[in-house]
Design a binder for this molecule. Structure first.
Ligand code: SPD
Length: 357
């Protein structure tokens, strides 16, 4: 009898230790129970009030983390240290994540607000049928500039950035595809070019821009340009729109050689733990009123036509941020160039960054 009690005691202690260990593991992976949702998004890319509203409406606690590049996001999801329930990659990253088997299919029956998305943004080549992704925001890459500080100068071409009298005047958003992309465009090459000679040429050309570059920065680019710490920035369109709300002197242009047209989308990683909550969150963000509030807050262009109907005409008629098809036809979407070529782009960009002045 004593042996039996001892055996039960041992089983009880081992089970308790196991439960405590699993709980500890889950908590360290950002999972604290069925009622949490771990969202992984770009910095400065959501109205924080909407997270609170979602939590209040659903009782789901949101754990919110941010990233500043597709590459950083993909590495983190691939490593699997944290289980993210929702992430927001751009198009070429979605193709790559599908290829690497990192995403799970979206259950469209749980996202009735998908009907709010303009058809132009559905069924795009990076995800036919939107099996794995739901549109969030879209935009371009261009030049934001302050004519007041630049003697009313204008920018038409990417090559205008290389002018001799612009020493230390330019801020660049920190992105390998963005920097390599505009250097390639300035040489009239595609921003998806895979010819090694062309890529070396683009990197050398970026190197020649060094004297004009004040800094390569993250989201603080908005504050620096609004506060007139620098008069020129190479930025994503929505950040330019946000800056222009804060400083009336600013303008934004997509250079004539062409540029990047990008699409950021919600996805559900394979390792998600709260798949039900992930669908609820995506559907919530696609609600017309919620989406309009979010669009007003972040400044980016929404693909949600029901939300667009609620926005100021001035916003949706501004062709700098809701470009005509005449302009978008000149733009290129980043392609998934494959692991080797994407690493080559990153290596060239890092070499350029390391040789800063
Ligand atoms: N601060 C929010 C930035 C989001 C920009 N996404 C653009 C991705 C372009 N590939």
């Amino acid at each position: 009898m004593r042996k039996l009690v001892q055996a039960f005691l041992v089983i009880f202690i081992v089970s308790l230790a196991l439960i405590l260990f699993v709980n500890h593991l889950n908590a360290s992976q950002g999972y604290t129970g069925g009622n949490t949702l771990t969202v992984y998004n770009w910095g400065d890319y959501i109205d924080p009030d909407l997270i609170t509203q979602f939590e209040e409406e659903t009782g789901i606690k949101v754990i919110y983390e941010t990233f500043d590049s597709n590459e950083a996001m993909m590495t983190k999801i691939q490593q699997g240290g944290t289980s993210y329930d929702v992430a927001v990659p751009s198009e070429y990253a979605i193709e790559k994540m599908k290829e690497d088997d990192l995403l799970q299919k979206i259950d469209q029956s749980k996202i009735p607000n998908l009907k709010n998305i303009d058809e132009r943004f559905l069924d795009l080549p990076f995800d036919p049928g939107n099996e794995y992704s739901v549109p969030y925001f879209w935009g371009t890459v261009g030049i934001v500039f302050n004519p007041k500080l630049l003697g009313e100068r204008e920018f038409h071409s990417w090559n205008d950035l290389w002018a001799d009298d612009l020493k230390n005047q330019i801020l660049l958003i920190d992105g390998a595809r963005e920097a390599m992309g505009f250097a390639l465009n300035s040489l009239n090459y595609s921003l998806n070019d895979t010819n090694v000679d062309h890529l070396q040429e683009a990197k050398a050309k970026l190197q020649e821009l060094q004297p004009n570059i004040k800094a390569i920065v993250g989201d603080e680019i908005k504050m620096l340009i609004v506060n007139e710490e620098a008069p020129i920035g190479v930025v994503w369109s929505g950040d330019a729109a946000d800056m222009m709300w804060e400083n009336d002197d600013l303008d934004y242009v997509v250079p004539e050689e062409g540029s990047n047209l990008w699409f950021d989308n919600f996805v559900i990683p394979k390792t998600a733990r709260n798949v039900e909550g992930a669908h609820k969150f995506i559907n919530f963000m696609l609600d017309a009123e919620i989406n309009a509030q979010n669009t007003d807050y972040v400044g980016y262009s929404t693909p949600n036509k029901a939300a667009m109907a609620l926005l100021d005409e001035e916003t949706i008629e501004d062709e700098r941020f809701y470009p005509s098809s005449e302009l978008t036809d000149r733009l290129e979407v980043y392609e998934n160039l494959g692991k080797k070529m994407l690493s080559y782009y990153n290596d060239l960009y890092l070499e350029f960054k390391m040789h800063k002045k």
